[in-house]
Design a protein around this ligand. Structure first.
Ligand code: PAF
Length: 281
């Protein structure tokens, strides 16, 4: 595995590989890798000839009061994990390489980027859309893989690719969970043992919603009330939102008439956790 830190070197490596007819698969990350990321990497290996993983903690997607400075980082460990998976390139640029002095441009996905998490993290998705578009231009992959846990991010990336006519196929990878149901996230590292236990309220409430839908409940109002009630039983949980949304437009739905996404954001201690589940009528 080689590490590339310069944009020009990354672009020219990819250009060479493309000329040799290789299919490039890309997994963008912010590092502090866990099994969820590694599962994306393994998926990537089955889909092409060369796998590129980026590690870049993107300052532009953190609001000023968020955890950019303290976001968990361990490049040495990430390097070892990726090396073991046999990927081809780790792209690890500095913030100055990505946003040099005088940098001015950003990308805003208007509607999808204003809903759900955006109400609590102003500017977050503008930062995500901008870095993803930049990384696509630098890495020049044929395919890129994103996890379904960040469902809104996944839909925003799909929209961005459509709107900007980027010749990149976006693959959605199912959420990877701990054996007890907690969705894997680098921010789980913020949870102390008591908070870690409390965090199970997210997956528990999603399973409850799934059971309700299976029993024939179609009314969003009832599903949302029950899920919110379940989350509120957990005294450490501070609910930001519970929404039942259309899987494409991310707009609230009143009735479960076709598959919809139940999406949650909950703060527990220092961690802001999100999770979601597709509900089928
Ligand atoms: O999901 C993430 O880790 C980040 O938002 C991404 C897609 C790597 C952009 O910084």
């Amino acid at each position: 595995m080689r590490m590339i830190q310069q944009i020009a070197a990354m672009q020219s490596w990819s250009e060479n590989q493309r000329c040799l007819g290789r299919r490039l698969v890309f997994v963008p990350t912010m590092g502090f890798l866990h099994e969820g990321h590694l599962s994306l990497v393994r998926d990537a290996k089955t889909r092409g000839d060369k796998v590129i993983v980026s590690i870049f903690v993107n300052p532009a997607q953190f609001t000023p009061e968020e955890d950019y400075a303290t976001y968990p980082r361990d490049l040495e460990r990430d390097w070892q994990l990726l090396d073991k998976e046999g990927i081809d390139v780790l792209f690890n640029p500095s913030a100055d390489e990505i946003y040099p002095e005088g940098y001015q441009t950003s990308i805003k996905v208007e509607k999808l980027g204003a809903l759900l998490c955006a109400r609590f993290r102003p500017g977050h998705f503008r930062g995500v859309a901008t870095i993803v578009a930049k990384l696509f231009n630098i890495v020049r992959p044929h395919l890129a893989i994103f996890g379904c846990k960040d469902y809104q991010q996944l839909q925003i990336v799909r929209q961005l690719v459509r709107d900007l006519n980027l010749p990149i196929e976006i693959i959605a990878h199912p959420t990877v969970r701990e054996p007890d149901g907690l969705a894997m996230s680098s921010r789980n590292a913020y949870l102390d043992p008591q908070e870690r236990k409390a965090a199970l309220c997210l997956s528990r409430s999603l399973r409850m919603a799934e059971a309700l839908a299976r029993q024939g409940e179609r009314r969003a109002k009832i599903i949302l009330e029950r899920v919110t009630g379940e989350l509120k039983k957990e005294s450490l949980a501070r609910v930001e939102y519970v929404s039942l949304i259309d899987a494409e437009s991310l707009q609230d739905v009143d009735q479960l008439e076709r598959p919809a996404v139940l999406a949650l954001a909950v703060r527990i201690g220092k961690a802001r956790l999100i999770d979601n589940q597709i509900l089928k009528p």
